[in-house]
Design a protein around this ligand. Sequence first.
Ligand code: IVH
Length: 565
Amino acid sequence: MDKISQSIKHEIEHLVKDLNYHCYRYYVLDSPVISDEEYDRLYHKLKELEDKYHYALPDSPTQRIGAAPLEKFDKVRHTEPMLSLENAFSHEDVMEFDQRIKRYLKSDSEIDYTVEPKYDGLAMELTYKNGLLHKASTRGDGYEGEDVTHNIKTIKSIPLKIEGDDIPDEIDIRGEVYMDIKDFEALNREREKKGEPLFANPRNASAGSIRQLDPSITASRKLHLACYGIGAVKGREFKSQSEFIAWLKKTRFPAPAIIKAVDGIENVIKVINEIEKKRAEFPFETDGAVIKVNDFTLQKQLGIKTREPRWAAAYKFPAHQGTTKILEIIASVGRTGVITPVAMLEPVRIGGVTVSRSTLHNWDEIERKDIRIGDTVVVERAGEVIPRVIMVIKDKRTGREKHFPIPEKCPVCGSKIVREEGEVAVRCIRLDCPAQVQERIRHFVSRGAMDIEGLGEKNVELLYSNGLIKHFVDIYKLKKEDLLNLPRFAEKSAQNLMDAIEKSKRPALSRFLYALGILHVGEYAAVLLAKNFKTIEDLYYIKPEKTACHNTDRRKDRCFNIKLL
Ligand code: IVH
């Protein structure tokens, strides 16, 4: 071993300092000041010196990797228990939380609160002794967690040493380990390729990555930390959550993306709304906002009730996802004869709406996601979009789940089903299949088409099953007396429908073209067609050759679409 001189020691110390600063710029501030190549060059220089002189500082970036796999996790007792949060699901709940605090403190004055996003990950405690990261543990049951120090060190945004001179003798810093949505999706894509089970959400992916005995696996996952709380402290006093967060920022810890200190619950609600608005822009998943009484003296006064502090609450945003069971899968026939598998679900509330069915799109999708009847699944409902099954939770399988093969016959008319080569869709090709006919009528009368109010799904079925309409043309042959003979119609409702039919008789050409339900003519193509061909007759006699489509290798019957789109 080469003997180390003071100047080499200084050089090593300098390199560690520089590299840690660049790590902080890159992973915490997201604003690097040197290139990746320059970072690598400095890193290798440091590594060479450390190896040559067997001299590595505890906060050297080289200490983050290379730990040997563990046999098992050791247990760690938290000095102060890691608590849970009481949930608030509405603004009223938030107001009630504030009222409770005021009652408890016997005070009418407005309370100072902090509001920050609720990270959906895995709670951690990082213990620093004399400024150095000593231990990292999971929350576990709140009192005792698991020692995951070797894994936590691989997360580059976590300081191995507290920066500066404002360093408590000992401090337990709490935070959430999480994974950005895009990294979670990339990880799942990679796992799918390898045939490995997928993670249900970023939270499970973070938990799965931290609970690895081999730290090299954790190192390969893109994990982050957001620090939001404090446990036991020795040798330093913090007066409030804002002061603690300011200290975190000063000492280079990653703090929550937003944290605001406000007075009074009205302002808290404003910040909650602000965070909810920004929710979609955050790279990470957040399921709510955490409200905390800012002043630590007041926090102490308020204390804990069993496992939750009285001084904090989690306001939960309406969910986008839910977990439920597939009770049945049915084959639904659409207006063009395409047969779609639809999952009938055990009703689940997602974002204030009860979801009880979800399209499975086609059988390729069923196979790709390996969806079976009886499976427990994650369902997503984003905005007004139709709910979809995201994935199967395979751990919940009992062995009694059943496959749902492509039906041999149309479930409605019993005729043969075809699947054209290269197409994922399977179709019933009988044009007068009752399901197709009714779907065509429904499409014809729908809002974007002829917009006949009062002809909803139920009424179309009623008129069809009573033989009054077999084709949308028959709508215009209906008489009021026909309607009055039906169970669901009375004088007024029958007159309303007759009026709506009358009103639909002079549609814009584009609406009419769309209503006809021609293959490949959606709302947009219909508008273009109507612009180019002023009357329906012009279109009727159109020849593909006339459409100035020079792309000879396209199918001729699609020419006008190609030209217009
Ligand atoms: S404060 C007593 N702040 O939510 C205070 N927790 O449901 C407890 N969490 O176990 C922690 N983001 O894992 C706090 N900004 C945040 C949080 C947060 C996520 C988690 C944490 C906790 C759970 C409680």
